[in-house]
Design a protein around this ligand. Structure first.
Ligand SMILES: C[S@@+](CC[C@H](N)C(=O)[O-])C[C@H]1O[C@@H](n2cnc3c(N)ncnc32)[C@H](O)[C@@H]1O
Length: 239
């Protein structure tokens, strides 16, 4: 009887997987199968996170204590909003914990970001655009942030070197943003794809932050070039 139940369940699972794969190209089928097997995808559904990337930020924050109640946080490349969900919880920007100070989360993306209690979103905004920097200065308390997060990524062209260079350029623009909004001793966490220009970005970060380290969270897929720089103790350049 037990064997019959298991067999029947497996048969139903295979049917639902086959339905998900029907009409898809080989690349799309590989992606669907990888998603179905991924424990972080399963956990993100179970914990109501908008995507699996939440676990990368949770892991980094558990280790380095980046997000504190009461902080002001800017989330660059925020759609669909999983990092902002984590930030809202950790800095208490929805005011859920009445005994702790209430923080501020502002998320920005070129795409639409579905609303989230405790976060203010600038959808259809480009993080690299100085006009966006101006809006951030207006929205942040005293125009300043304790932490800048960036999980931004350009649409991948498939040409690894080109995509790497584009993302490095985007990360470099965060240094200009930091000069406008980041508090002295503040932190910047940014995603990059590893390649020849990674060292250049690291040097630029080291010129304005006292500590810069490379992080590859467990939740980041082993076969991807994805890495994060965690830059801490910002030193505002004197004019
Ligand atoms: C990997 S997703 C971010 C996922 C997000 N951290 C989360 O947890 O939900 C990368 C995002 O960067 C955004 N992006 C890329 N270039 C951008 C730019 N110049 N300004 C704002 N957002 C950008 C993309 O639209 C995309 O939504």
């Amino acid at each position: 009887m037990w064997i019959f139940c298991v067999q029947r369940r497996c048969f139903h699972c295979s049917l639902s997987v086959m339905k998900k794969l029907k009409g898809k190209t080989a690349t799309e089928q590989r992606w669907v199968l990888r998603q179905l097997k991924d424990p972080y995808v399963k956990a993100s559904h179970a914990q109501n996170f908008r995507c699996r990337s939440a676990f990368k930020l949770l892991e980094i924050d558990d280790k380095f204590g980046l997000l504190q109640p009461g902080y002001s946080v800017v989330d660059c490349g925020a759609a669909p909003g999983a990092w902002s969900q984590v930030a809202v919880q950790r800095i208490n920007s929805a005011g859920t914990d009445q005994g702790s100070p209430r923080g501020t989360v502002i998320g920005i993306d070129l795409l639409n970001i579905p609303p989230l209690d405790g976060a203010h979103f600038l959808s259809n905004h480009d993080v690299t655009d100085p006009a966006t920097h101006g809006k951030l200065q207006e929205l942040l308390p005293q125009g300043q942030a304790h932490v800048i997060l960036s999980d931004m990524a350009p649409n991948a062209s498939g040409f690894r070197d080109m995509d790497h260079e584009k993302l490095i350029t985007m990360c470099l623009s965060l240094i200009d943003l930091a000069e406008k909004i980041l508090l002295p001793r503040g932190s910047l966490l940014c995603k990059y794809w590893d390649g020849v220009f990674s060292h250049h970005l690291q040097e630029k970060l080291s010129s304005v932050f006292s500590s810069v380290r490379t992080i590859k969270p467990d939740a980041s897929r082993k076969d991807s070039a994805e890495r994060y720089f965690l830059a801490r103790m910002y030193r505002k350049p004197s004019k």
